[in-house]
Design a protein. Structure first.
Length: 430
């Protein structure tokens, strides 16, 4: 009888556990009360984000003007250099020899010119004394002019040799930061080969991004011309690759005059200061363009349904019926609200919550959003109390079930032991 009683208790406990788990449930008001707000005007700030590429204001590829072996690397990767600073030295023994030969040719020509000059001046005096004729004087003058031309030619050859020698000393054409160095000492380089490095002027950075044709048209219509639109654009922000916003704002300064037919976009350039040298040429990010909207209709995105790229909301009619209404919104938004351009007027009423339970023409009881939230809070508290009570009942049921199982096991063991003892006793009597 005790075993049966404990089994009955265990069954009752299991029943209580199964019943206790249903005390918590989803909120259900059980009426047609829906929160309704009246359309008004307000100021809204939105933004548009465009993928961007970061480049230095001046990115210069450094290439040699001559062919030869690198003998010196005068800079390191990432080093800041000034305009005219020596970067690389190329083997220049042949060029130095050419300079010496050209210099010797200049010296020879200069000596010959001096001799021709003396001869001419001497003949000039003799001609004045009627010692020689005009032919001898003119011949001496022609020799002197030829010697002068030879000096000029030799000097030009010397300048050319010096310029060829200067090509072996590769200098930076602008101030900036040295990029990667793909060549090492001993490598053969040439003017037609790979660039030796890149020097980027990163005191300020140009950020390239593309704006859609639709955005460009809207901006141009409001400003009157593309140039005026660029000049009137607000300061922009730069979102870095790690998602953070760059400390310094930028300004859009340039716009391409031609649309890319493949993408339907136009290229824009914004300039950002880079005093900390945080931005690197070749980096990526996103340009954030802010938009200020004054006296516009703003509604939460949570009360908007999207059906086939169209947006709808439920408005409340004068006789308190839900009406499925199409609206149009501005393309820019802040991720929480929409700026309504068509479909809603000041004074219209719209339903803010519970739109998944609504249907077109359904009768509703309008309440304020504050009252709606209050009812949710009240039901949440009631649900919490029910969950606590259910947990307590479940704990009691589990405790009773455990006791019943333990007692049942003890009873079975005792009955087994008694049976063994009784069987042994009968065996002894026989």
């Amino acid at each position: 009888m005790k075993i049966k009683s404990y089994l009955f208790v265990a069954a009752v406990a299991a029943l209580m556990v199964s019943c206790g788990g249903n005390r918590g449930g989803a909120p259900s008001f059980g009426d047609n009360e829906y929160p309704v707000s009246t359309v008004g005007t307000s100021n809204a700030a939105s933004q548009t984000t465009y993928p961007a590429t970061i480049k230095g204001v001046q990115d210069v590829e450094i290439r040699p003007k001559t062919t030869g072996f690198l003998t010196r690397l005068c800079v390191k990767e990432g080093q800041s250099v000034g305009a005219g600073q020596l970067l690389f030295v190329i083997d220049n023994q042949q060029q130095q020899q050419a300079v010496r030969q050209a210099q010797a040719a200049v010296n020879t020509a200069q000596t010959q010119m001096n001799t021709a000059k003396l001869t001419y001046e001497n003949n000039k005096k003799l001609f004045e004394q009627n010692v020689i004729g005009e032919y001898e004087l003119q011949t001496a003058q022609n020799s002197f002019n030829t010697a002068q031309a030879a000096v000029s030619q030799a000097q030009a050859a010397l300048a050319s040799a010096k310029e060829a020698l200067s090509f072996c000393y590769v200098k930076s054409p602008a101030a900036g930061v040295v990029g990667s160095l793909p060549f090492r000492v001993g490598a053969l380089v040439s003017a037609s080969g790979q660039a030796l490095t890149t020097v980027s002027n990163n005191s300020s950075m140009e950020v390239y991004f593309s704006m859609t044709e639709k955005d460009l048209l809207n901006m141009t219509k409001n400003s009157g011309s593309a140039q005026a639109a660029v000049a009137s654009m607000p300061t922009v922000k730069l979102q870095l690759a790690d998602g953070t916003i760059y400390n310094h704002p930028g300004k859009v300064t340039k716009m391409s005059g031609v649309l890319d037919p493949a993408t339907g976009t136009v290229q824009m350039i914004a300039v950002f200061p880079n005093p900390e040298r945080l931005l690197k040429s070749g980096g990526s990010g996103s340009v954030v363009v802010p938009h200020d909207n004054n006296n516009v209709v703003v509604i939460p995105q949570s009360c908007v349904n999207e059906v086939q790229d169209k947006k709808f909301i439920y408005t409340a009619t004068k006789d308190n019926k839900a009406k499925f209404t199409e609206i149009k919104v501005a393309p820019q938004n802040d991720g929480k609200n929409f700026v309504v351009t068509e479909g809603l007027q000041v004074g219209d009423r719209y339903i803010t919550n519970g739109i998944t339970k609504l249907s077109d023409g359904m009768e509703i009881v309008p309440i304020t959003p504050e009252r709606y939230q209050q009812k949710i809070d009240e039901q949440a508290k009631a649900m919490s109390a029910g969950d606590v009570l259910g947990a307590m009942n479940a704990a009691d049921s589990i405790k009773t079930l455990v006791i019943a199982i333990v007692v049942g096991i003890v009873a079975i063991v005792l009955i087994f032991m008694i049976g063994m003892w009784f069987g042994s006793w009968r065996a002894k009597r026989k």
